[in-house]
Each structure stands twice: as structure tokens, then as C-alpha cells.
Write a protein that binds this ligand. Sequence first.
Ligand code: UDP
Length: 460
Amino acid sequence: VMDVEKMEGIRRGRRLLLIPLPLEGHINPMLELAHILHSKGFSISFIHIQYCTNSLNFTFSISSFPHGPLPLPQPSSDLLNFLTLLNTLALTPFRDCLAKLLSHDASSEDEEDQHPISCLISDAMCFFTQAVATSFGLPRIVLRTGAISSFLAFAAFPLLLQKRYLPIQECQLEKVVEELGPLRVKDLPVVNTNDPHKFYDLLRNFVHETVTSLGVIWNSFEALESSSLAKLTHQFPTPMYAIGPLHKYLQPSQMPHPHQSCISWLQQHAPKSVVYVSFGSIASISEADFLEIAWGLANCDHPFLWVVRPGMVRGCDWLEALPSGFLENLGGSGRGHIVKWAPQQQVLAHHCVGAFLTHNGWNSTMESICEGVPMICMPCFADQNVNARYVSHVWKVGLQLEKGVERGEIERSIRKVMEGKEIRERASILKEEARLCLQRGGSSYSSLQRLVTHIMSFNV
Ligand code: UDP
């Protein structure tokens, strides 16, 4: 066994370039990965794609890119166009940026900037990076921030089209997709668009440039997705590294603590009594759905902490669609608390939280699993549909709203999850598995070691 310090000394001479997709649910796991790999002795350079908004249009630029800002649509209103345009418009600026990084750093004052770059770690959705990395002979591995199970569904799109599961037909919604285990047609990871071919093209590129990379890092763990991981490694020769849950490598004390009002509000309630409600950073909902959720929460009698992002309710600035005095009339002292943003990981880890009404973005799903918090699943689009199905029917740590967004079903589901024993027990078991896989000898611990060895094998 090589002396650890000696190994880290060697690695410290190597630099990794990390490029996340510039969205909350992608930047956070990439930052966590940066922290993990830094703790393994690598130097890290982060390329952050910035886009800024003004009242007329949305623009973006990549820090240190020599090009001017480029127009991109708002991701929360047009994610498909955002991703398609980003992958087209970022190519040339990225090539120029990389050329600069690979050539000039000897002049940098920062010692770590002078370390040779041994590989690029790109978000899988930034598939424009593949061609550029290849042209520079730079090894490229990717971080996929979604589940392995949903990736299998994305990879199966050509087959699903051929077998006419896609495009989705109303009369087939309940039909089970035999090739994809527990998924029904209505659980397929599609988005609402009038140009489905644009979506299929995007997915084809995304899947292709992922499986032709030199390795894929997953924010998942073996005990959670063992059969999907086995299928994936059977289908593709690419080395796979399931090293999640990424956010659990960090000590809670290393995380910032903004929005403390949420925590002090939670503190006033009984253990496991609060419903936490959040739909992530992008999803938007109609005013009608917003009101159904509001009444479902009001009628369930449990205290609730609800994140409503400004602009999340379509056509509204913030809360104006709520009946006046809604929160004041709930009864009890402060039974409902609405915020614009919450420190979600801390909220889910809080002992007073008993259930999570979620859109099942993959980060939210993992964060809930890691804290043993049962879910009420309200997926909005794409992989959220797949995640919700796995939560409710494979891992059995939640219930999915099956009849659209309806106040009666929301109320009943919350009560069922809060009072049900089985779901809570399953959630505790999964929480323990998520903890164990990171311990010495655990599956994610070992995968991370393999990943470090893999990166060390690249010639610099
Ligand atoms: N998040 C948060 N506070 C909020 C809402 C979301 O910190 O009020 C974080 C959440 O913890 C998660 C990320 O934002 O890490 C959202 O990612 P996810 O994959 O769940 O959903 P997306 O935003 O990509 O749809």
C-alpha cells in the first residue's frame, strides 16, 4: 500500500478542470465533487458559465471567455431551448477558453494554477465539451447529476420511438413499458414541447457524449440503484463510478447557514410533524395547481414549511394568488410558513420534518432519502417522473399523486405518509444504507478510490 501522503503529494501536482451546467441542481453537486476531489489531493479549477438577465432578454458569458455575452432564454420558462442553445453557442468560447488555460498558466501567480491539467470533468448536459476536449487531446469524464435509472430511460428513447411508446399517446398512459421495469408510459422522462424532435436530438447527443466519455460519475449509490447500474454497465463499456450521496461527504458545519428563520420556525413544532414543500429551482406551476396545493396543505392539519420562489406560479410575482389572510386563518400559531428559498439540506435533516412534498428533482430525492424523510411525489417533467415512480414503487419511501394535482388527494397522501409506519421504516433503512456506502469498504467509498486511480492513469 502506497503511503497516503506520498500519493496525495503526487496528486497535488495535478489539476482538474470542472465545468458544471449553470443551474442550481447541477452546480451544487459539481461543487461537492470539487470538494471531494480536492480532499483527495487534486487542484481544482472551476469554469463557471454565467448568464445574466435584463428586462429585455437573457444573456450569458463564460468567465474568462474572450467572447461577448450570448442570448439564451430563461431556463425556467424554456429549458429545452436553454439547453439546446447553450450546447451550440458555448462551443467556440469554450474552445478559446481552454486554449488559454492550457497554454498560459505558467505566468499565473497562484501555484496551483501552474499544475498540469490532467482531465476535464464536465456536466453530462454540457455535451459541447466533448468535441473540444477531444480536439485538445484532453481526457474528459462526466458528472451525471441525475439518477442511473432515468439515464437508462433516456438511453432507450430510440427503442421507445421504434416501439411506439413515444410520442406518448393518451390511451397508452397506464401501459407498462416492459423494457424499463417499473415505468409506465406516463412515467417516461419527457418534456412538454411542441418540437419533440428537438428534445430527441438533445437527448441523443447527451447520451452519446456521456457513454463515449472516459468515465461517468453518478450521484447515486449501489444499494439504491444496483439493478439499473448492472443494466447500464451491461449496455455500455464506459467505466461507471457511483460515489454518492455527494452532499454527505461534507460536514454540516462546512455548509453555510443562511435563511436561519426556517430553522427557528421548525424548532417550534413537534418532532416529525412538519410537511416540507418545495419544487426545486426551475419547475413552475399553474395558478390552479398552486391553489390546490395550498388547500391540500391547509386541510391536512399538519404544520408546513413551503418554498415558493418568486415567479414559480405562472403569471404571478409571488403569493398574490393566495386568498387574503390564508396563513393567518389556518388556526394554531404559525401553522404555515412560506419562504422564497430554504436551506433544504438542513431542513430535511431537521428532526421536526416528517414528510416532503416534492417535485422529485434528483438532488431533492437524494437529500430526502439520506435523511429518511418520506416523500409525497408531484413530478413536473423529464426525469422527475422516473424518480417519482422509483420512490413510490421500487424503494417504497413515498406516495405519488396519481390524479394530477388535487387538494383531496394531497391532503389524504400527507396524512397517509405522516401516519403510515411501513413507508417510514423503509425510509430509515434506506437512510442507513446511504450512510454505510460512504464508510470505509462501502460501495461509494470504493468507487471513489477507483475513480482517483482512473484519473491518475491519464498521462499529463
Ligand atoms: N434547494 C434549496 N432550497 C430551496 C429549493 C431547492 O437549497 O428552497 C436546493 C435543493 O437542496 C437541491 C437543489 O436546490 O439541492 C434543487 O435540485 P433538484 O435536482 O432537486 O431540482 P431542480 O432544481 O434541478 O429541478
